[in-house]
Each structure stands twice: as structure tokens, then as C-alpha cells.
Design a protein around this ligand. Structure first.
Ligand code: NDP
Ligand code: HEM
Length: 480
């Protein structure tokens, strides 16, 4: 038997099709509250899109730890054999919700783990580095990538202006202009935490760590020409690919690895290990396998499970803590703040964001709250309320010592720190001739679109600093 349509409080309604009118041709009556409720609700269906990473898609899955990394962390989800439910959202960064999946951009790779000790989020990208190294520049950077104030157009001139004025962007822009700037699908790309985090084992020993999700499908990319064509033919190309593959039982998987740096190494490692524009070369810190991460279930309601999903780098569980990476420190504030604005103060109670382990918090009330544990409403109390645990508590378990002056300054430089070195290594030592050729072609194509003279001069200089041959090739294409 089909279910009767009801209004929002369960009252059966008389018609899905006809409004209540005074006679067949007469005006609609205000007493048709169902008509009003339906349209009023509709007018409020959208929440603000994410200020960045607005276009994306996601799925559910699990992490299975196949190796033993307990010597590095006591985090419950990384103990041998543990299986943890997971959620992912993949995205582009600068486009609006509805923009084409195949635009050249880093891809967001936001993963949530519903662990036995609360939710743990790794909110990464498909690149191991980023454009900037201080969060004070994030709004400026994003403004240069999104639409101009005057004509409401995205503008290559302001993009190159920002990048060339901030040379620490060079490593990430090299990635972006290369093959990995347009993956062929979300299934065929790697994910990286990018940031360094702190791990602590059961004995209190600390390690710095970076995460690498390596695709088991193999890396795939799109040429600029194919991506441009697909942007017109199927703006949701990546969303469709992920959904279809999971629907057909072709469950994508990634092998999770970590790079682990002993705590004391950080002080004088040849690169500043907390600088987000740098990787740790794998010759120094090789990948250590952790387990297998699989996506095996599509959302049944995209709005509830993906649009309302809230990922936040501040969701860190016992055994895992932040590092002094300034960008990470900025992000520890930014995400929860964005969620309170975008989906409301009680966003952690939405089913997709709710922990699957018990929540005993002293937060109360606010709009749309439906779990309100009652008394006692304060701590400490003598009425049996929850109390904090200095041994198991998340932050205390992975703290580190700092004693210094309060200043505004760039990072302290380590022996081999500069803005262009690792980008040059990528171009000269990792890419093959064909990849270098496509990189040069993509840069030339991108910089050919309305980039003004003085900015263009800096573009040549920028690429000559990354790699002399590459810079000369770019300049030659403009007759310079
Ligand atoms: P390695 O030779 O040890 O590793 C090179 C890495 O580059 C591998 O992880 C490889 O893994 C990845 N890679 C291969 N082709 C490309 C490509 N076209 N674009 C981007 N990455 C690619 O080198 P190092 O660790 O010494 O790093 C050298 C350079 O490699 C770095 O400057 C950085 O740009 C890049 N890189 C480094 C990573 C790191 O964490 N150390 C991670 C990824 C890249 P895969 O093909 O599986 O992605
Ligand atoms: C989304 C801020 C850097 C990855 C967001 C959102 C904000 C934000 C406000 C929207 C959140 C929402 O509405 O749900 C910042 C700031 C940064 C920064 C202030 C630097 C200081 C980074 C970096 C990465 C990253 C370095 C990757 C390593 C992501 C991803 C999303 C996102 C993947 C989308 C999450 C989702 O799918 O819901 N960021 N970001 N961001 N950011 Fe950042």
C-alpha cells in the first residue's frame, strides 16, 4: 500500500496536485496551509554553498588496518586489524556548486573516520603541498582564484599576479599545471594529508607524520582539450563516474601509507618539516603501509549525507595531534566556524556528522538542537556529570613543548629551504619528457588568456626559477 502524503507534522493532506481555491477558477485560500508550507520549505531548501570546495561528491566506505603501526600511535583506529566506517567528499576548490568537475584545480580529498574515540577527519587534497604557507594569506589567495569584483569573471591575470607575487606557490602551481591538475576521475588520484601531524604511541613517544592515500586504480589524467570538451558535455563527469562505479560494485580503494619522522629530527631536518609548500622526500622518510581504504556505498540522499557533511581538521582523536604547521593551525579554527555559519550551530548532531561513539558534552541548546542531555549543565559538578580525563583526553595526549617570543615572522629557514627547489625536482626528476611537454603546454595555454604584460614578465621569471628550460620554453611561446 502506498503511504499517504502528510504535511511536516504528519497530518494527511488531501491533494498532491490541486490547491484549495474558491471555486474551480477562483483565488487560492490562505487556509491552504499545506500549499504554503510546501512552498515556504522549498524557498529555504538551499544552505549556503561552501565558500571554497563548493562542487563535490562523495561516498561511504571503511578503513581496514592491515599492518601494525602501533609503535607510532595509540590511536584506536590505527591499531592492527581495526575496521572503521568512513565518509569521503571529493571536490574542486574554486568553482561554484554546479561548476564543471573537469576544471583545472586541486581536488579536495576530505575523509571522515567514525572511530570508537570520536570522529577523526583528514581534510586533504590530491596534492601533498599547497600554494601558501601562512593562513593569513588564505582569503587573498582564494579571492585571486574566484571571481573579480567588477565583471564577475574568473581572471587568469589576477591568478598569475598572485602566484608570481607569492613564489612559495611554485611547487603547488607546478602540480596544478601538470597532468595531476585534472585527474581523469576521483578514483584515479591519490590523496594527501599534506600537513604534518603529531602521533603518540602508548609509551608516550612522539612522531611527526604525513598521510598518503595511494590509489589502487592507478593514476589517470585528462588533457586540457579533453577536460574542456567534458566540461561542456558532462559537467558532473567525476560525480557520475564515482556513483556509477560504486553502484556497479566496482568499489574503488586506496592503500593508506604514512611517512613517519622521529620527533627530534624536525629541529634540523634539511627542509622545514611543517612548511606546507614542501614534501618530505621519500628517500629520507619512506612510505610505511597502514591499511586499505575502500568506498563501497553511495549516499542515498546527497543533501543529507554530502552537502551537510562537515569535515574539520580540528577533529583529532587521542594519539593524534596538530603540528606547528601554521596553515594547519589556521584551519583548526576555520572549519568549525564555517560549519556553524553554513549548516548551523548544532551541525554535529546531523546524522552524517554525528559520532558513532558516545557523546557526553556540556554544550547545550541553540537552534535545531534535538539531543539535550539535561542536568547537570556545568562542570565540575557533584551530580554525576561527565568529567574530563587528563590521561585519555585528546590534546593532552599529543602535546609538544614550545618556549619562544611572540612575533610575526616567516618560518625559520632550514638548510635547503627555498621556494623553487622542490618544484624544480618535480620537473626535472619525476616528470618524463612527455609530461614536461604537457606541463609547458598547459602553462602556455593558461597564461595566454588575458594575462597583462608586467604579470607575464613575472610568469617567465617564475618558471625560469623553477626550471630554466621550462621558463625559456614558456617565454619563447610568447616571443620572449
Ligand atoms: P620520489 O622519487 O621518492 O617520489 C616521487 C613521487 O612523485 C612519488 O610519490 C610518485 O608517486 C609521485 N609522482 C610521480 N609522477 C608524478 C607527477 N607527474 N606529478 C606529481 N607526482 C608524481 O621523490 P621525492 O620524494 O624525493 O620527491 C620528489 C618530488 O616528487 C617532490 O618535489 C614532489 O613534487 C613530488 N612528490 C613527492 C611526494 C612526497 O611525499 N615526497 C609525493 C608526491 C610527489 P605516485 O605516482 O604514486 O603519485
Ligand atoms: C573546505 C578554509 C586550506 C582542503 C574549506 C572550507 C573552508 C576552508 C572555510 C569550507 C568548509 C565548509 O563550508 O564545509 C581553509 C583555510 C585554509 C585552507 C582557512 C588555510 C589556512 C586547505 C588546505 C587543504 C584544504 C591546505 C588541503 C590540504 C579543504 C577541503 C575542503 C575545504 C578538502 C572541502 C571539505 C568538504 O568536502 O566538505 N576550507 N582551507 N583546505 N578545504 Fe580548506
Amino acid at each position: 500500500m502506498t503511504k499517504p502524503t502528510t504535511n511536516n507534522v504528519g497530518i494527511p493532506v488531501a491533494s498532491d496536485n490541486d490547491s484549495l481555491t474558491l471555486g474551480a477558477n477562483g483565488p487560492i485560500l490562505l487556509q491552504d496551509h499545506y500549499l504554503i508550507e510546501k512552498n515556504a520549505q522549498f524557498n529555504r531548501e538551499r544552505v549556503p554553498e561552501r565558500v571554497v570546495h563548493a562542487k563535490g561528491g562523495g561516498a561511504h566506505g571503511f578503513l581496514e588496518v592491515t599492518e601494525d603501526v602501533s609503535q607510532f600511535t595509540k590511536a584506536a583506529l590505527f591499531q592492527p586489524g581495526v575496521r572503521t566506517e568512513s565518509l569521503v567528499r571529493f571536490s574542486t576548490v574554486a568553482g561554484e556548486s554546479g561548476s564543471p568537475d573537469t576544471w583545472r584545480d586541486p581536488r579536495g580529498f576530505a575523509v571522515k573516520f567514525y572511530t570508537t574515540e570520536g570522529n577523526y577527519d583528514i581534510v586533504g587534497n590530491n596534492t601533498p603541498v599547497f600554494f601558501i604557507r601562512d593562513p593569513i594569506k588564505f582569503p587573498d589567495f582564494i579571492h585571486s582564484q574566484k571571481r573579480r569584483a567588477d565583471n564577475h569573471l574568473r581572471d587568469h591575470d589576477i591568478q598569475w599576479d598572485f602566484w608570481t607575487l607569492r613564489p612559495e606557490s611554485a611547487h603547488q602551481v607546478t602540480w596544478l599545471m601538470g597532468d595531476r591538475g585534472i585527474p581523469s576521475s576521483w578514483r584515479e588520484m591519490n590523496g594527501y594529508s599534506s600537513h604534518t601531524y603529531l602521533w603518540e604511541n602508548a609509551g608516550g613517544e612522539k612522531f611527526w607524520v604525513k598521510y598518503h592515500f595511494k590509489t589502487d586504480q592507478g593514476i589517470g589524467y585528462l588533457t586540457q582539450a579533453d577536460a574542456d570538451r567534458l566540461a561542456g558535455e558532462d559537467a558532473d563527469y567525476h560525480t557520475r563516474d564515482l556513483f556509477r562505479n560504486i553502484e556497479q560494485g566496482n568499489h574503488p580503494s586506496w592503500t593508506l601509507h604514512v611517512q613517519v619522522m622521529p620527533y627530534a629530527d624536525a629541529a634540523d631536518y634539511r627542509f622545514n618539516p611543517f612548511d606546507l609548500t614542501k614534501v618530505w622526500p621519500q628517500g629520507d622518510y619512506p612510505l610505511i603501509k597502514v591499511g586499505r581504504w575502500v568506498l563501497d556505498r553511495n549516499p542515498s540522499n546527497y543533501f543529507a549525507e554530502i552537502e551537510q557533511a562537515s569535515f574539520e581538521p580540528s577533529n583529532l582523536v587521542p594519539g593524534i595531534g596538530p603540528s606547528p604547521d601554521k596553515m594547519l593551525q589556521g584551519r583548526l579554527f576555520a572549519y568549525a566556524d564555517a560549519h556553524r555559519y553554513r549548516i548551523g550551530t548544532n551541525y554535529t548532531q546531523l546524522p552524517v556528522n554525528a559520532a558513532k561513539s558516545p557523546v557526553h558534552s556540556y554544550s547545550r541548546d541553540g537552534a535545531m538542537r534535538y539531543q539535550n542531555p539535561g542536568d547537570p549543565v556545568y562542570a565540575p559538578n557533584s551530580f554525576g556529570g561527565p568529567h574530563a580525563d587528563p590521561v585519555r583526553g585528546a590534546e593532552t595526549a599529543s602535546s609538544y613543548g614550545v618556549e619562544d617570543e611572540v612575533i610575526r615572522s616567516a618560518y625559520k629557514l632550514h638548510a635547503e629551504d627555498d621556494d623553487f627547489g622542490q618544484a624544480g625536482t618535480l620537473v626535472r626528476q619525476v616528470l618524463d619528457d612527455a609530461q614536461r611537454e604537457r606541463l609547458a603546454g598547459n602553462i602556455i595555454g593558461h597564461a595566454s588568456k588575458d594575462v597583462s604584460g608586467p604579470v607575464l614578465e613575472r610568469v617567465f621569471e617564475y618558471w625560469r626559477n623553477v626550471d630554466k628550460n621550462l621558463g625559456d620554453k614558456v617565454a619563447a611561446a610568447f616571443g620572449k
